[in-house]
Design a protein around this ligand. Structure first.
Ligand code: C5P
Length: 273
């Protein structure tokens, strides 16, 4: 974007040779990048309508299983990328290593920004990293960040027990899996905000933490047993917050998204003091 010396574009206040954003505007822009909106809509038409109604109040569009299984869902994801949007394919892959490797290589070739793989076993994680490397070796651009799903945000201690994971708390398991993903060369994890602080302490600098199950104050948990507010997520060290139903079920999605962006911006400001 060209610099507008009139100051009307918001690029006011020169500092030395560099145009200087008013701090609050810079923080607002940073906050917007951190909002991932889940396009959990049954059809591409409805997803497109939601994108339009968001009016730019989103940093990343997340395309999950519902949309990808609908007619044209994956094409929408590709179109959004072609239009310059950040696209997160939330596929939560889990399969034998050979299949994961080839699937991830194809996602990397399609220039998506984020992809999820279940972080349950090292073989799957290693295969995903190998798949991305294969695509890079074949000339694909280096855009894809791999994120491991630690423990789903609707899982409670009882659910882990049922899965045969007696003795594990969601927190301990999430930290264990985050360390495994870090060691495998993943870029980050998906985790509850309640586990973000412990994961931050246990992983390398720059490791991405994306927090779903985020609920602004006053919104129903709707099955997310380990939910946090946007501010709580950011204060716990989240790099991104993922929000679905509170936004797409709202009468005015852009207003709710904007409120969440403001809440993130405020939390970023609080974090710095
Ligand atoms: O509607 P809601 O805000 O609960 O949507 C959360 C989104 O984040 C959904 O698309 C869901 O699939 C995804 N997700 C999650 N928990 C995880 C990983 C992803 O809720 N651990």
């Amino acid at each position: 974007m060209a610099f507008d010396a009139s100051g009307e574009s918001g690029f006011q206040d020169w500092v030395g040779d560099v145009p200087h954003f008013p701090q609050s505007q810079a923080r607002e822009a940073e906050a917007k990048k951190k909002l991932v909106v889940a396009l959990d809509k049954p059809t591409v038409d409805e997803a497109r309508k939601l994108i339009k109604r968001l009016a730019g109040n989103a940093g990343v569009f997340k395309i999950g299983l519902e949309l990808v299984m609908s007619e044209g869902g994956l094409k929408l994801a590709r179109d959004l990328r072609a239009d310059g949007h950040e696209v997160f394919l939330d596929m939560k892959l889990l399969d034998i290593g050979n299949t994961i490797k080839k699937a991830v290589a194809n996602v990397a070739r399609s220039k998506f920004n984020f992809l999820t793989v279940h972080g349950k076993n090292r073989k799957a994680l290693d295969a995903a990293v190998a798949g991305r490397l294969q695509a890079l070796d074949d000339g694909a651009p280096d855009t894809l960040k791999l994120l491991a799903v630690t423990v789903l945000t609707d899982q409670s201690q009882d659910d882990l027990l049922e899965e045969g994971l007696a003795g594990w708390s969601p927190l301990d398991l999430a930290v264990h899996r985050a360390k495994m993903a870090d060691a495998a060369g993943f870029d980050g994890v998906i985790a509850s905000g309640r586990e973000a602080e412990a994961i931050r302490a246990a992983t390398r600098k720059g490791f991405i933490i994306k927090v779903p199950g985020v609920r602004p104050v006053g919104y129903a948990a709707e099955g997310q047993t380990r939910s946090v507010t946007p501010a709580e997520a950011i204060k716990a060290g989240a790099d991104y917050v993922v929000v679905g139903r509170p936004i797409y079920n709202a009468e005015h999605p852009a207003d709710v998204a904007k409120q969440i962006i403001d809440e993130i911006a405020q939390a970023l400001a609080d974090n710095r003091f």
